[in-house]
Design a protein around this ligand. Sequence first.
Ligand SMILES: [Zn+2]
Length: 487
Amino acid sequence: MSEFWADIGCEIHAELSSLNSKLFCCCPITYGAPPNTATCPVCLGFPGVLPVVNEKAVEAVLKVALALNCKINPVTKFDRKNYYYPDLPKGYQISQKYLPIGYDGWLEIYVNGKAKRIRIADVHLEEDTAKSIHGEEAGDPTATLIDFNRSGVPLCEIVTYPDMNSLEELEAFMVSLRQLLLYLGVSECRMERGQLRFEASVSLRPKGSEKLGTRVEIKNLNSFRAVLGAVEAEIKRQKEILISGGEIVQQTMLWNEALKITEPMRTKETAHDYRYFPEPDLVPIVFSEFWLNSLKAEMPELPRQKFERFMREYGLSDYEAGFLVAIPVTADYFERATKVCKDPKAVANWMLSDLQGLLKEAGKSWEECPILPQNLGEMVKLMQDEIISVRIAKEILKEMFVSGKSPKQIVEERGLVQITDENELKQIIEEIVAANPKAVREFLSGNEKVLGFFVGQVMKATKGKANPQLANKLVKEMLEQAKVKAS
Ligand SMILES: [Zn+2]
């Protein structure tokens, strides 16, 4: 029996980084600030201090729970998770164990166009710990420093059932979940900053068997690539053990990115008894119908709905719609530009090809795009109105990218208005024909390819301003005339 089925689950911690303050105090949520500057007695865990819940954090997690189709507990409360570690000065973490904000939900993922629901066990709110900085990073290989700026930052923890059966499904889940959190505007989800952290659990069972195998948890995963690499390595490790007749030990592993293997954690993490008990310093929170309804009314359009609407409303392909809704900023950019020119296909094309290319070249993200969406829309409109050609549009795009000027301004300043006047173009073509008798003879002897040469000469002479269709038509006419005369 060598065929196995993998069951993969995830535990996700998302920092509610878009909020103004921490979970139980007024300290700001900062990144890159000098260590221990965004702290107060509450988040430093001084004796006798009392936490006050940040209502916005509760609402943010409630929105996540709603977006994940969860049932909402009408009353939610906090519990203490007790353990000792230097980054946890109180000796306990305030979390939610027994009455989480949301439970029993699902997130739909799509792999090769097929939908699958990944069940969500629990969505709850808790506080982050401080950050330990070890060894080299601390400037001393023997030292560990602690930065309390992160202590008390609100975290939304999401726990899934082990419903993912392949790396493709796992990746689709991670991408969809990140997208959802970005759309809800609760977290910036920058994994390199630790704003979105994944832990995975993996177990194997013989194909056809209903009973789940022994599960192993993997930590220390700070990118999608790390999660996928670690899960792949862990599946391989378990498979080898099972094939050789061994047994899987339930344990927590760490991902060793350099060696591409999972290694057992030294501490007996699974043996912990956290002695959860109700947090006595905080009262339970009751979700009134009014509160719930007003939050539901505030829910933004979610990625899947937007994806379907973009295809329906704008006639985009699933590839185009997928690209545009991947992050809220591109979806928003697209709609703003389209509003100006009413040509969604053209806007999508410019965004996917030239503009994306310019951003890549400059190492910029869409958030940093120097071209305003209305300016891209205006540029497309100038093309529609035949004021500029595609070639000029490409030049304008590049200039807008550098100067941030509007296309109209660039067209005016540089005199880029397309030449659509037949007489003006005819005159230019006559001169070119007269100057190239050899090419004319070639055309007369049947070489139609020379047409392209003449059109190219027209574009050159007009610095790309000639309307290409018109130039093509006029060159043809003039050469045909020459043919008639010659015969
Ligand atoms: Zn504080």
